[in-house]
Design a protein. Structure first.
Lengths: 289, 673
């Protein structure tokens, strides 16, 4: 297997899905917990119109902050997301071919689809599918979207989410994320994942776990909620949804700061879910007209 | 005779759902054939990751002509109801006949069903049993209208060697099946089950789940024994991995020595839950640095697959090692401070509150035992540890390791570990101070949750209160603890005074609930009559004594010679029924024969002795004394009429019998026997 650099891995996936006919989008420019939160998935998976896109989404999980000390758990990481609506009959084969395109030989490795149903309580979203294993390593999530914002998805979109770090660890034969070859260069120009991202990892870990001002966060949460609802009233679901994901990220930060009790947690989730629902409903309505 | 072969070819079906689907489809198809009145000799279903296959053999080619009665509305029903019935059956009213059912006259339509070819019936209705099975979760896909567990990609249906091309949703059944996803992905045509199985086998698919299971078990045991090791038995895991592969291949991987400092339970849990690997142990029970796993491909170079899996496991175990080392940085008492943030139950406060209550209960159960109190204060601390956060099934076990790490005594560590026990009927019961802690924890949960109105109803028992109650019973009985259960429930319930006032449940109801569980538990060992005769928690509040009584009474009855004594008791009991309380004074001067006098003197003599034996808990002794009364009672009944004309004498005799009965009642409810 040729040892693709991290960026080549992304480029190869982009070319592969471009050739299939996907529009290659750019990351959403707001903090999100996963590629799914991008409006290109949440809003566009709803409604009857066909939609085929692929994009990288930098994602944040403040509770996974480990000060860059853990070999493969970070508060910031990258996902490659593909949405195919309606899900084509040969979607599994298309996915497997994308792995082949990355140099993974299907005859030499043990590839498995292992049940893993996906649910996002904050988005009121759920889907059925698998995690895809390559020699025991989970390299992707494969989901048939059933519901988003409490609304049934018809037709159903297939969502493929590649865990880029995992995949790169596997392809490069490396043990720790920080040692991943980022740009494929030798000598002076060579850059590793650690060199690019791990200083931020340390600083954000300190911010997420110790310094984020919980009063400010709570206030911003309230404000985001208010803004979201106000925008819905103006029939502007896209900016409204942006404030919904801002609220979601603020809630994640509050969790990382350890100030959200179990009961409060459920209440926060319910509030974000309500916003997501309003946005999705408004989107569907606007989409029709 | 014909056979039906149906293959539902799917994207990967969740492993844990396959076994139930096999049973479900077998049942549904059997019912379907019966409803269609098609004779058959056997039905068998098979499940794997990519297919559910149903094979029915010995099917008759025709269904003979028959009539079917369809019940319509009552004769007295309004016209439109009758018209509606006719309309829905496509008939006119003159085809209806009358029939009386349970005293009411109904219209009945006798439908005549002509002789039919089985093939036609199947062609027209086979989609029904396919959709009749309800998966635990099902889904839509693409832009299609049917729902299944995962996208259904193809239906193959062969009846009597011919393709049955019925439609199900957007799919039309054909004669094609497919080989292994990677080793032989091509399709092939099929005309019979035998050919199907053979072709699957040629194309690297083992159809029968039990064959896959047997193979995995056999091969992995072989590898283990070659290494002088044994596999940790795990039938659920075996079942799951057999459902993840069509062509099982067993491979052996190594574990880096550096991880062996982590407790083996953590290693095993990580391997099992994340990776579905089997753990190996040496003959002495020490964790061996190897793992077995089941792959789905005979890879050109298995070392590559093994190497990949070793790497993944290494990353997983690095996580475990990291968490474990993090946990060792704080003591259990430091961790316990975080328990106030962990909810036990919305109405019943935090786990921190629970710990305080449990500590009070152990103080009641075994006062001033320092180790026990310490164990109580620390028993829940590991819940907030990183390892338990990752592997909730290790609660208790991790507490044990952390306690040992901070050099707490073995007693305390074991009590922390074992206080969740017994976790099921086959799990062992804790002993020594662990028993008191386990009992306190369970009685606290039981009382709190019952008082909060969470009593189990029917099959719903979300808090596993029946299991908790059974645990309480077993801990007390197996350790022979001299616990007054009613008082204990009062103590534990008293910690929740707020909810007692809410009046959702009384402590009496908790006693009744528990008594029910005790009955359920004891009837495995004793006859239900015996249990009913002895068990009464309100009266005998010490379950251990109840058990001693049961043993004594069982032995007493087994003797056989007391059968007439029980008959005599019941006779006495029947006679005095309705007179109890009215005739309690016995007047010796009204005795007019020796049988009465004799019985009375026996009673006077025995009563204090029996009471003394009961107080001394010598139930066998008290029963022996009752037995001694056999002959005076028998003589009494043989020779004395109770209901005589002289009311004074009659009442006196009734009082004598009532007193006799009372003496029996002190020991057991003999009328239950």
């Amino acid at each position: 297997m040729t040892k693709l650099s991290f960026q080549e891995l992304i480029l190869k996936l982009q070319y592969y899905w471009q050739d299939y006919g996907c529009a290659i989008l750019q990351p959403y420019d707001v903090e999100v917990g996963a590629g799914t939160f991008h409006p290109a998935t949440v809003l566009r998976s709803l409604g009857p119109k066909p939609w085929n896109v692929a994009y990288v989404q930098p994602s944040r999980r403040p509770t996974d902050s480990r000060y860059a000390e853990h070999p493969n758990r970070m508060q910031h990481y990258y996902q490659f997301q593909v949405i195919l609506k309606p899900s084509p009959d040969d979607i599994q084969d298309l996915y497997l071919k994308s792995l082949e395109h990355l140099g993974i030989d299907m005859q030499a490795h043990d590839i498995r689809f292992v049940e893993d149903d996906w649910e996002s309580p904050t988005l009121g979203a759920s889907g059925l599918g698998w995690e895809v294993w390559c020699d025991g390593m989970e390299v992707s999530q494969f989901t048939y979207m059933q519901q988003i914002g409490g609304i049934e998805c018809r037709p159903v979109a297939g969502e493929l989410t590649y865990g880029l770090e995992r995949l790169a660890l596997y392809i490069q034969g490396v043990d720790a994320v920080k040692d991943l070859d980022w740009n494929g260069q030798k000598g002076e120009k060579a850059l590793t994942y650690g060199q690019i991202d791990f200083e931020a990892e340390k600083q954000f870990s300190k911010f997420n776990l110790e310094l984020a001002d919980t009063e400010i966060l709570s206030r911003h949460f309230e404000d985001s909620q208010k803004q979201c609802i106000a925008l819905i009233k103006e029939n502007l679901p896209m900016p409204a949804y942006e404030y919904c994901i801002k609220a979601s990220h603020l809630f994640n930060l509050l969790c990382a700061r350890g100030v959200v009790s179990v009961t409060e947690r459920a209440a926060y989730i319910a509030r974000v879910r309500h916003l997501a629902k309003l946005c999705c409903e408004n989107w569907i309505e606007m989409d029709k007209s | 005779m014909s056979e039906l072969l149906l293959e539902l070819f799917s994207e990967e079906i969740p492993a844990m759902m396959q076994q139930k689907a096999v049973a479900g489809y077998e049942e549904i198809f059997a019912k379907y054939f019966q409803e269609q009145t098609i004779n058959f000799s056997s039905i068998k279903a098979y499940a794997g990751p990519r297919r559910i296959t149903i094979h029915v053999s010995g099917i008759s080619s025709y269904v003979e002509a028959t009539t079917k009665e369809i019940k319509g509305p009552k004769i007295s029903a309004p016209d439109n109801a009758i018209e509606g019935f006719c309309h829905s059956n496509g008939i006119s009213k003159d085809l209806l006949t009358h029939q009386e059912i349970k005293g009411v006259e109904y219209f009945v339509y006798e439908q005549i069903l002509a002789k039919q070819e089985t093939k036609n019936i199947l062609q027209n209705t086979l989609m029904n049993p396919i959709s009749a099975y309800v998966w635990p979760k099902s889904m839509f896909w693409g832009d299609y209208q049917i729902k299944w567990v995962r996208p259904l990609r193809n239906i193959m249906c062969i009846f009597n060697g011919q393709t049955l091309d019925f439609k199900y949703g957007h799919l039309v059944a054909n004669n094609k099946s497919f080989g292994h996803r990677f080793m032989s992905p091509k399709s092939f045509e099929v005309t019979s089950f035998a050919e199907y199985k053979q072709k699957l086998s040629n194309n690297f698919v083992v159809l029968d789940q039990s064959e896959r299971k047997d193979y995995i078990l056999h091969e992995s045991s072989k590898i283990a024994s070659q290494m002088g090791l044994v596999i940790k038995e795990d039938n659920d895991l075996l079942e799951e991995v057999a459902g993840l592969v069509e062509y099982p291949q067993i491979l052996l991987g190594k574990i880096d020595q550096k991880f062996l400092s982590v407790p083996s339970e953590v290693l095993s849990s990580s391997m099992r839950s994340h990776q579905k690997y089997f753990s190996l142990f040496d003959k002495k029970g020490n964790f061996a640095p190897y793992f077995l796993f089941v792959s789905n491909i005979a890879a050109s170079n298995p070392e590559l697959v093994i190497g990949g899996n070793e790497k993944v496991l290494s990353a997983r175990l690095s996580d475990a090692l990291y968490f474990y080392n993090q946990d060792l940085k704080t003591r259990l008492d430091q961790k316990s401070q975080k328990l106030d943030n962990v909810i036990f139950h919305a109405k019943l406060g935090s786990i921190g509150d629970k710990v305080q209550r449990v500590a009070k209960i152990v103080q009641y159960l075994l006062p001033n035992n320092e180790n026990l109190i310490k164990a109580a204060m620390l028993c829940k601390s590991d819940i907030v540890s990183e390892v338990v956060g990752e592997f909730p099934n290790l609660q208790g076990i991790m507490g044990y390791y952390y306690a040992k790490y901070e050099s707490l005594s073995e007693d305390i560590a074991v009590a922390i570990r074992d206080h969740y026990k017994p976790q099921g009927p086959s799990d062992s019961c804790p002993t020594a101070i662990s028993a008191f802690l386990a009992l306190a924890d369970k009685i606290d949960s039981l009382c709190g949750l019952m008082l909060a109105g969470e009593k189990p109803t029917g099959s719903k028992d979300p808090f596993a209160l029946r299991r908790q109650a059974l645990g309480i019973v077993r801990i007390i009985l197996e350790n022979k603890l001299p616990v007054n259960i009613v008082e204990l429930i009062d103590v534990a319930g008293g910690n929740y005074s707020v909810y007692k006032d809410a009046n959702l449940c009384s402590t009496k109801q908790i006693v009744e609930f528990l008594e029910d569980r005790v009955r359920h538990f004891l009837k495995d060992e004793y006859s239900i009559e015996l249990v009913n005769a002895v068990l009464d928690l309100e009266k005998e509040q010490n379950m251990t004594d109840t058990k001693i009584k049961l043993d004594s009474l069982q032995e007493f009855i087994a003797d056989g010679s007391c059968a007439d004594l029980i008959v005599a008791y019941k006779r006495a009991s029947n006679i005095v029924a309705g007179f109890v309380g009215k005739h309690t004074t016995i007047n010796e001067s009204l005795f007019d024969n020796d049988y009465e006098k004799n019985l009375y003197s026996f009673l006077k003599d025995c009563e204090p002795k029996i009471k003394a034996e009961i107080i001394a808990k010598n139930y066998a002794g008290s029963l022996k004394m009752l037995a001694a009364m056999r002959s005076p009672i028998a003589s009494f009944f043989d020779n004395v009429m109770v209901k005589v004309e002289d009311q004074g004498v009659a009442h006196n005799r009734l009082a004598l019998l009532a007193k006799t009965k009372q003496l029996f009642d002190q020991i057991a409810k003999f009328d239950q026997l």
